[in-house]
Each structure stands twice: as C-alpha cells, then as structure tokens.
Design a protein around this ligand. Structure first.
Ligand SMILES: *[C@@H]1O[C@H](CO)[C@@H](O)[C@H](O)[C@H]1NC(C)=O
Ligand SMILES: *[C@@H]1O[C@H](CO)[C@@H](O)[C@H](O)[C@H]1NC(C)=O
Ligand SMILES: *[C@@H]1O[C@H](CO)[C@@H](O)[C@H](O)[C@H]1NC(C)=O
Ligand SMILES: *[C@@H]1O[C@H](CO)[C@@H](O)[C@H](O)[C@H]1NC(C)=O
Length: 938
C-alpha cells in the first residue's frame, strides 16, 4: 500500500487510484501466470518446466518492495522479546515534504521492529501495553537513522589487519560476480563507534580497484543474536544463491560497484580507454546472455517445448540483472571524462546509474549527468576531503549546493574507513555550512541515500510502518558536534548509557551559517580552481567594527587571553590595526586613535572576533600539493634503518630539513589560510622511523623570500615509532636510545645534541600506549644519564589517554592527530571514543591531567577544518575545558609542543565575521599578520 509523494518516496497506508490500477494490473498478471502454470501442469507437470516458467516470470518483474509491503505486522528483522518503546515530546524531523517537515511535541511508538504509531499516539493503544519503555525526549531532536551509502565497514577491517582486508580483489578489472557479503567480517571495532554516530544502515561496497568490483549489500549495523553476516543484511536480493523463488515475490534491489578512472587504471596499468573497453566487453557478454534468456522465455511462454536448458550464467547474472534494471549501479567516478564515458555506457547498454560516488567534478557538469539513461545519477560526496589525487584536485566544498541547485540528488558518504563513518553527519554539517539548504543537508545522510538505495519504503524517513531506526540527538543535528543520546535499530536500543552533557538552548536551533554565494559561483566559473589569494594586502590602517572579543598574548609566553570588547549595554568594540599592530577599545574610547584614519579599510565583523591564527600539524602541508602525484611533492626521506643513504648526502648522519623543500601557495595551504590556519609546522615526508627537521612557515606567503614566510626553519627533530615499513619496534627504540645517548657526527649528531640540551623538541609519532610508555622511560633514562631535561612531544597518540598521569608527571606533551582518534591499526585500537560512548574524551582526559595537548590532521585538505576540530573538542569536554584552552589546542599548544616555545610577539590574528572561531555562523574575513606587518583582506 504505497504511492510516491512529491519528494519521490513511498507513502504507506494511503490508497490512491494509481495504486488501485497497479494492484489490478498485478492481479491480472498473477491470474494469467497461474492460469498458464495450471495449463502447463496439465500438459507436462515437470518440476523443471514449472521452475523455468516461474523463473521467466520473475525475470520480467521489476524490482522493488511488495505492493502490500505495509500490511506487514512486524519487521522481518524484528527480534522477539524486544521491549516496545514510547518516545514522548520529541522534535521529529520526518524527512517528509522535501525534508522540511518537523513535528513538535511528537510521539513515537516503536514495536515489532516498526514505527507503529507517530505524531500523537492513541492513548487507548498505549494503555494496551503492559510494559512500555518510555523516553521523555523533552523537546530533543529525533531523526531517522543515518544511512551511509558508501562504506567498506566490515570488508576493510578496523583495526586494519592483514588477515582481514577483503574489500579489493585484484583478480581482474571485471569481477562483477564477487560480493561484499562474502568478506563481511562481524568483528570490527567500527560497528560500535559508527552506531554511536547515529548511523544505522550502510551499503557495504567492494573497493574501487576494479572496473566492476562486485556486488554491494545493505546492512544494519547492530549485532544480531545469530552473529552472522547474513543476519545483518537489509532486504538481501533473492539471487543471493541460485535458488530462484517461484512465489511470485518481487525481486529486491541489488547493488553493484563500478569504478572509473585512476583506481582501476592504477591497479591494472590501464588507461581510461582500457577501462571503458573492459566495461563494454563485460556488458556485451551480459547482453548476449540476457538475449538468449529472453529468447528462451519468449518461446517457453508461447508454449514451445524441448528448447533446452534455461541459459544460466552464474558469472554474468549480476550484469544481466543490471540490464534488466534491477540493480542500483554505484560508480566511483570523478571527472567529466569519466562521467561522460559512464553516461555513454549507460545509454549504449540502456541501464540507469543510481549514483556516481566521489564525483568531485560532477558539480561542473550537471547537464552531462542529465544525459544518463533513465534518470540522472545521484551524487555521493565528501564535504571537504579533496585533492588527495589528481581526479579530486578540482573538488569543491560548494559541490553539494551547486548540484542541489541543478536538481541533482546529493548524498554525503564516508567511504569508511577513509572517513570515519561515525562522523558522517559532520559531512552533512559541512555541506550545510557551505550553503546546501538545510532540508537537503539533513536528507543527504538520511532520506536521500534511502531513496537512492531503493530502501525508502522502510528506512530514511520517520513514518508509520517504517523500520524502527531512529536517533535522538543532544542538539540540532546540523549543529557541529551533534551527538546521539539514543539510537534504535529495529526498535532495539543501541546505546546502553549514553554519556552526553546538556548543551545550551541555542544548540537546539538550526545554526546560522555565512553567505558563500559568491564563492560558490567562483568555484564553478573557475572550473574548481578559483583564486584563493587574499583580495588585498595592506599595511595601512584597518578598522574592525562591532568586535565582540579579541585574543591578546601575554608578554611572557604562550597563553593567549580572550578579552571581551562588549560592554554591559551590549555595544561592541573596535580594533584598529596599523602595520599589523593592534589597538583595541570599546568603540567610544578609541576615538583619538581612530580619528585621522579616514582612509582606513573598515570591516564590520557583525559581532565577530579576532582570535589567534591557528597552526596546522600532521599533514605534508607545504611539501605536497597532490598526495598521490610524486611530481607535485618534495618526496619521501630515505630511512637509514631500511635503506642506505648515499654518502654524498650525508650517509647515516643525514638529517633532512623540511624547510629546504617547502612549496608555497598550494591550494590546501591557501584554503587553510582562508579558514584561519595561518601557519603550519611540517616534518619531512617519511614512511618509516627516520623523519628529519620540521619547519614552521606561513600558509599565506607566496614564496619563501617574503617577509615572515619561513617562521622557524628548524623547529623540531621528528621520528616515528610504528609497525609499518621499518624493523621491529625494539630496533627503532634502540636506535633512538643510541642517538640520544651517544654523540654522532654530521647533521644528525648536531641536532640530537640540540635535543639533548633541551633546545629543540624531539617529536615522536607513536600511537600505542606501550610505545608511549617506553618513550617516557627513555626520556627519564636519558635525563638521568646526562643530567639534562629534554623536550619530548608525542604525536598521533591514539592511546595517550591511558598514560595521562605519567605524561603529565614527565612533562611530555601530546598532539592528538587526528583530533578524534580512530582505530586504524592495532596500535590505535584502545581509543577513548568520547561521548556518547564514554563520558570523557581523550583530549579532555589529557587536559584534566595538565598534559599540554595540541590537535593535528592527517591529510592536507583537513587543515582547513582546524577551527571545527577545536570547537568540537570544546563541546565534547562539556565544561571541563575553557574556551581559551580549546583555542590553544590548535594554536599556541601546537607551536609550543613542536618548536619548544611560542613566538608570542609575532602571532597572527584572525578576524571572523558573524561569530567567533567556535561558531558555525562565522567566516574568516581577514588575517592580521604582525610578522608581515600587514593585514590580508580575504
Ligand atoms: C526541495 O528543497 C530545495 C531546497 O530548499 C528546493 O530547491 C527544491 O525546489 C525543493 N523541491 C521540491 C520538490 O519542493
Ligand atoms: C516538551 O519539551 C519542551 C522543551 O523542553 C518543554 O518546554 C515542554 O514543556 C515539554 N512539553 C511537555 C508536554 O512535556
Ligand atoms: C537461498 O536464499 C534464500 C534467501 O534469499 C533462502 O531462503 C534459501 O534457503 C537459500 N537456499 C539455499 C539452498 O541456500
Ligand atoms: C593540574 O594543575 C592544577 C593547577 O596547577 C592543579 O591544581 C591540579 O592538581 C593539577 N592536576 C593534576 C591531575 O595534576
């Protein structure tokens, strides 16, 4: 009982004439079929004949939910014994009405795995329950469970272990017969963390190493009592084995993964031309099989006999189903050249593409997408994850809004573990921040993926008769840091005791966001490469009006103190800058300073603020432009532990200076600069133990000879202790001990002497608590033997929280990198996940123990998000950290931990309009650089 509403999803329990016509047609068809079967039975009555006839009818039936789907009394995934739940007084985002419908004071009755009733639940019905778990939402937001339509969860393990990498077969460019289900591991740390982010359903796709990589499966993420992969499947296709149903059931949607461009090319040394030929050859095989099946069925149903066996092909049957329109085809496809190939393929073989994934340039060619067979594909995107390879170089944070403006469906996806799917909602928040309408941003991780997957008859919306997959949030879902307080999957509560602190009332409202219209236009106009340089650099007077607060640096050192410029009567202050120097006053008292500077550039900050310039660490910012393109990078350091360094380059004593390889003006650098990250500290790119000397440099400078471009050419000595690419951990530690205790010659000898004297910090990437503990002991040993104090900073530090008191007692600082840890590898597995799974976050735990903490990123594109990372850390700390401490996480602390001190007199200030660094309502409009004696107007 369903029909399509204006947004294109199914509306249950409402009959319409269209539906009735459909029902009539189905009834006639069934009758005719039964009649024919009866006739044949009389004729031959062979079981194989009956099976073939049923099979032929099945082939002709379109995929989708049964017409009487909503007459189900319980979900097929219902677990008997599940406690019925009544939610009272919720603010329900239903997904209906194009994502604009919100029910205030809404109620939900969850039972039998379904949303049995919603809105105002009938009191009679409530009284009929003896036991009802009642949750008073007290006005909290409730949404459908999040749906991730691109994940490798379960197939690519977290933590990654060699024994569980089942997402990419490299047996050939075409492996359409493979199935992600067959590699789906039920033991993965991410199930729990991803559910904690409100994700309830995921499409597990094979990897992108192949042109056609295999079949994908939708799963629900909860554990099942069967503990099997099969029991996790959501509406698995009947074709999961070769038994074909003869029950008259409608086929269920299937899913296929394809990939264009670089990934399959790289694995098979193909060109794009080879890839497309592989596609066409495969579909041509499938076409032949389909045609012989059709011919067989046509003869059979016309009464011909002795026509041989049904032309079965286990190898090609999934592509035959694509040609029959029963498969949602998902294609990893980035650029116009690939999208064009794909649209031609879809027309040549006459099948629609459900979605193009990653599709970093789709926003430049919306009309090309519209040429696809049947309907334009939806586009599944990252928000700001970009430029990691050539295909992604022209990605834009404005793509979601631009595509939406062209009427293309946009879903945000994680590509887990590429992005931690726990934070898929954050992708939607960023899309919204950069201008995607709020209703579509919400839908992009809930209703839209449900529609694209053909599952919108049961998930992705809050509706009577839908699966009981709902999430209750501690804030508006589009507010940064939104955290689930309850997650239900199939009506089963997933968070035993959610640790969530109450947030201020303002968090319950849809956050205001800045106006990026002109930026979005420029992104399209410049084909993804809009100019990012400041509009103007001035050393003249610049006047900032309506300033709420300003950070000033203490003369003596690292701390930046926030000074409010707002007076009791609510009037805001002014900040006047000349040659990069600052005078700040409440507006009225700055008059003498302001007078006579008529020529000043005046900027209204609309209640904004001036905060310290943020400092990025962890990515090869300044050493690489496109990570997978060697010719855009400085390159990788030779590690003397695994290879021999030429004697002419210094042999074992060589220690590379990142400063010597710096590249300025890169897009990630400039995007970070425009987001308030004014400098970076980058270590030489290394894959193993041996790093080198990091450099601290300005992200806004055009080249190294500009004033203030290189802030500190030799910042700290970097090494990594990890399980990857180098001899044993004990060998690495032993080598480090030797370097610290015995004098060496050459460059390395000189810099380790500086480390011994405590003049430059030793910065060691280490994740496991065991390695970190060994480093602490090593520090003690060295200090005892030499009678000095060395500065040690640990980066990465996924498990550092386990040693918070010891780190504190030994004066070891930590850079959490990434800011929200993830169990990438065994050495990261003991993360402290933070709310809602644990009360404390890793950062707040370390800070509580007085450990100096900074936050970093892993990849250059992510540098721009530092302000969101620090705001998030602050929200998660729930009052145990001051704003000032949070601000220091991505600014002064990073500088102190990596260079040994803070160049306080030379700090940059960043001006935000419409709010401060913590607010989604603000954007960065200017950078005040004391170093360069100038203000950059962005
Ligand atoms: C859905 O919302 C978007 C954005 O607000 C709007 O552009 C579009 O026209 C709406 N679609 C319908 C069918 O109302
Ligand atoms: C529902 O929650 C809101 C927000 O907390 C509250 O103001 C209101 O009184 C509640 N209504 C009922 C009926 O409990
Ligand atoms: C084939 O799969 C269906 C589910 O689609 C299942 O009901 C049936 O038992 C399976 N048959 C065999 C032989 O495994
Ligand atoms: C952290 O430092 C504060 C202030 O110096 C002190 O009161 C507190 O006891 C310290 N906490 C720990 C766990 O060391």
């Amino acid at each position: 009982m369903f029909e399509k509403d204006d947004a294109g999803h199914l509306q249950p329990r409402r009959r319409s004439s269209v539906f009735r016509l459909g029902f009539l047609a189905a009834a006639v068809l069934t009758f005719v079929t039964l009649y024919q079967i009866e006739t044949y039975k009389e004729e031959v009555a062979s079981p194989r004949l009956l099976k073939d006839i049923a099979r032929c009818h099945y082939l002709a039936r379109p995929a989708g939910p049964e017409h009487d789907f909503y007459s189900r009394s319980h979900s097929d995934r219902f677990v008997p014994g599940t406690r019925p739940t009544l939610v009272l007084n919720a603010t329900i985002w239903t997904g209906q009405h194009n994502g604009t419908q919100v029910i205030n004071g809404g109620e939900l009755l969850l039972d039998r795995g379904l949303i049995l009733a919603m809105g105002k639940v009938d009191r009679e019905l409530i009284r009929s329950y003896k036991q009802l778990h009642v949750i008073d939402a007290d006005g909290a937001w409730v949404t459908p469970g999040i749906i991730d339509m691109h994940t490798h969860l379960g197939d690519a393990a977290s933590p990654a272990l060699d024994g569980a990498q089942d997402d990419n077969s490299i047996k050939g460019p075409i492996v359409s017969w493979l199935r992600s289900l067959d590699g789906l591991n039920t033991h993965d740390d991410s199930y729990r963390t991803t559910i904690a982010g409100g994700v309830t359903t995921s499409l597990v796709l094979p990897g992108s190493a192949n042109v056609i990589g295999g079949q994908a499966f939708a799963i629900k993420l909860r554990t099942t009592k069967e503990r099997s992969p099969t029991s996790m499947l959501l509406e698995p296709p009947f074709n999961i084995n070769t038994s074909f149903p003869d029950t008259g059931a409608r086929p269920r949607w299937r899913h296929l993964k394809q990939a264009c461009g670089e990934n399959p090319s790289g694995v098979y040394s193909n060109t794009r031309m080879d890839n497309v030929w592989a596609f066409r050859q495969a579909y041509n095989e499938a076409r032949k099989v389909k045609e012989s099946q059709d011919a067989f069925c046509s003869k059979l149903l016309q009464g011909e006999r002795n026509i041989g066996d049904f032309p079965e092909s286990l190898q090609w049957e999934s592509l035959v189903d694509v040609l029959r329109g029963k498969v949602k085809v998902h294609t990893h496809c980035y650029e116009p050249v690939d999208l064009d190939d794909l649209m031609r393929l879809s027309n040549e073989f006459e099948f629609p593409i459900a979605a193009v994934h990653h599709a970093s340039e789709a926003y430049l060619v919306p009309d090309l997408l519209k040429t696809g067979y049947g309907h334009p594909p939806a586009v599944a995107l990252f928000a700001t994850d970009a430029r990691y390879k050539r295909e992604a170089y022209r990605s834009s944070e404005f793509a979601p809004r631009v595509l939406a403006q062209h009427g293309i469906q946009v879903a945000m996806k994680s590509d887990h573990p590429v992005q931690n799917s726990r934070f898929l909602l954050y992708e939607a928040q960023q899309a919204y921040y950069y201008g995607m309408p709020y209703n579509l941003a919400m839908a992009s991780v809930m209703s839209t993926p449900a529609q694209v997957l053909g599952l919108d008859h049961r998930v992705g919306f809050i509706q009577e008769g839908y699966d009981a997959d709902i999430v209750m949030w501690d804030s508006h879902p589009l507010a940064l840091g939104a955290t689930p307080t309850h997650v239900f999957i199939d009506g089963i509560s997933q968070l035993k005791d959610a640790h969530v602190q109450e947030k201020p009332a303002v968090f319950q409202e849809l956050p205001k966001v800045p106006d990026f219209d002109a930026d979005a236009q420029a992104a399209v106009e410049y084909e993804g490469l809009p100019p990012l340089e400041p509009k103007k650099r001035t050393s003249g007077f610049v006047l900032f009006r309506n300033v709420k607060s300003l950070y000033v640096h203490e003369e003596d050192g690292s701390v930046a103190r926030e000074v409010s410029l707002m007076r009791d009567d609510g009037t805001l202050g002014v900040v006047l800058v000349h040659e990069g120097k600052v005078c700040y006053k409440p507006e009225s008292t700055c008059a003498e300073f302001v007078s006579g500077v008529d020529a000043a550039d005046t900027i209204d900050l609309e209640g904004g603020a001036l905060a310290p310039g943020l400092v990025s660490f962890g990515a090869p910012l300044g050493l690489a432009e496109i990570d997978s393109e060697p010719s855009t990078k400085d390159g990788v350091v030779t590690d003397p532990l695994t290879a021999s360094v030429p004697r002419i380059a210094g042999g074992d004593d060589a220690l590379v200076h990142a400063s010597d390889g710096l590249q300025f003006g890169g897009r990630d650098a400039l995007l970070a600069y425009r987001a308030g990250v004014t400098s970076a500290i980058t270590a030489p790119i290394h894959r193993g133990f041996w790093g080198g000397l990091s450099a601290h440099f300005s992200l806004g400078a055009a080249h190294r000879l500009q004033d203030g471009a290189v802030i500190r050419p030799q910042a700290g000595v970097h090494m990594s202790i990890s399980h990857f690419g180098t001899p044993s951990i004990s060998t690495q530690i032993g080598t480090l001990r030797r370097l610290l205790l015995s004098s060496k010659a050459g460059e390395a000898g000189f810099w380790f002497e500086e480390v011994r004297k405590g003049r430059v910090p030793l910065v060691v990437e280490a994740h496991s608590a065991d390695i970190i503990a060994t480093l602490i002991e090593l520090k003690r040993e060295v200090e005892q033997k030499l009678g000095t104090t060395i500065k040690l900073t640990v980066t990465g530090a996924s498990e550092a929280h386990l040693l918070a008191p010891e780190l504190s007692a030994n004066g070891v600082g930590v850079i959490m990198n990434p800011a929200r840890a993830f169990p990438y590898a065994w050495e990261d597995r003991r993360i402290l996940p933070g709310p809602p799974l644990t009360e404390r976050s890793a950062i707040s735990t370390l800070i509580e123990h007085n450990v100096t903490v900074g936050v970093g990123v892993l990849e250059a594109w992510d540098a721009r998000n530092a302000r969101f990372d620090l705001a998030w850390a602050w929200y998660e700390a729930a009052g145990s950290m001051s704003r000032q401490e949070a601000m220091a996480l991505a600014s002064t602390n990073v500088e102190e931990l990596l260079t040994g001190s803070v160049a306080s007199a030379q700090r940059d200030l960043v001006a935000t309009r419409g709010g401060d660094m913590f607010d989604m309502s603000s954007r960065v409009v200017a950078v005040v650089s004391a170093r360069q004696g100038a203000v950059d107007l962005l």
